[in-house]
Design a protein around this ligand. Structure first.
Ligand code: SF4
Length: 353
């Protein structure tokens, strides 16, 4: 008798939080911690069902698709312990310098054929300073923009001056990917060559330059649920426009190679919690979804995701784009639309929020 009473209370509490999010209210850290702590599958499915409602309310049936090009691979000076491109680890991942225009334009052509609206140039290095490499980066961004095939995005590491961010903006960059990766408390457990604060500083320069922010993190690195909650709260604080959630894909040769995978229900619950905390953001599922979620991949949208990284990741394979597009079609979701960042600032179309 008492266990039924407890279940009803939990269900009512989830529903009440869901109603408040739909009404435009922010949930508190304590409330967020509570949803992260849910364990029973019935409660998680209740949470997921509300996350789906919140996604539909703020995002309709639109799914934003992104792809990336590895613009400079391997030999990175940083020691991020999940990363196969760090020079600290022997992983057998490719190594090459900054790429020529052709592969970028080919990636844009491929993206445009598949209805993918953004192509991100991603470089494995500590960061970007003024000098000839910045000139080359700006050239690639300009060429991508002029091709008219895809929105030029980039993820080029730490930025230490306003001038660099301004140059990227002038070249036509609209959105920069710079993950916080984990909570402030957990950060030193996966990287000691730069800090959480370095990442916040980069985001400050980008925002000053008028560049939109794509920032999220990686789950499954041994962090607690509280760390995941704090990551989501930090992303709300910096007002990230797009929030990629990566799920650790342990790479042979890295210190995390033997980490156990997170259970799929824990991953889906985490996505749902992020949707409660970040109701208007594009929550994008990126690296690690195929290997960690397997047959449960399509449930990411029910759990609140509104964007998808398609094509191959930097050093690991994803399922073919055609399969992703079929998955979206089967779910009645629409990937063929031009993403507009202003959507996040505008009123919701179905209410006055
Ligand atoms: S800075 Fe980026 S490329 Fe370099 S090790 Fe860290 S995650 Fe990998």
């Amino acid at each position: 008798m008492s266990s039924i009473a407890v279940d009803v209370t939990t269900r009512q509490k989830i529903a009440s939080l869901g109603e408040r999010v739909l009404a435009g209210e922010k949930i508190s850290r304590d409330e967020a911690l509570w949803i992260f702590s849910l364990d029973g599958s019935a409660d998680i499915f209740d949470l997921i069902s509300w996350a789906n409602r919140i996604r539909e309310h703020f995002k309709g049936n639109k799914i934003h698709l992104c792809s990336i090009v590895n613009a400079k691979a391997g030999n990175c000076s940083e020691n991020c312990q999940f990363c196969s491109q760090s020079s600290f680890y022997q992983t057998g991942s490719p190594k090459y310098g900054f790429i020529d225009p052709e592969p970028v334009l080919e990636a844009a052509e491929e993206a445009s054929k598949n209805g993918v609206t953004a192509v991100g140039l991603v470089a494995a290095w500590k960061g970007l300073n003024e000098g000839p490499i910045l000139d080359e980066v700006c050239d690639r961004i300009r060429e991508l923009k002029e091709s008219g095939k895809a929105r030029p995005d980039a993820s080029l590491g730490l930025i230490k001056s306003q001038t660099v961010a301004n140059r990227l903006k002038e070249a036509g960059l609209e959105c920069y990917g710079h993950n916080l990766e984990s909570s402030k408390n957990f950060f030193a457990n996966h990287c000691t060559t730069h800090t959480f604060e370095d990442r916040l500083e980069t985001i400050k320069y980008l925002k000053n330059a008028g560049i939109k922010i794509c920032s999220g993190g990686i789950i499954g690195m041994g962090e607690s649920r509280e760390d995941r909650c704090d990551l989501a709260m930090s992303l709300r604080e910096i007002a990230a426009n797009v929030v990629p959630i990566n799920i650790l894909n342990p790479i042979k040769g890295t210190p995390f190679e033997n980490y156990p995978q997170l259970p799929p229900m824990e991953i889906l619950k985490t996505i749902a919690c992020f949707r409660f905390i970040l109701p208007r953001q594009e929550i994008m599922i990126a690296g690690g979804r195929t290997t960690n979620l397997r047959d449960m991949q399509s449930m990411i949208f029910t759990a609140g995701a509104s964007a998808l990284m398609v094509g191959n990741y930097l050093t690991t394979l994803n399922q073919p784009v055609e399969k992703d597009l079929q998955m979206l079609k089967d779910l009645g979701l629409d990937p063929n639309w031009e993403h507009n960042f202003d959507d996040q600032e505008q009123s919701c179309t179905s209410c006055s929020n």
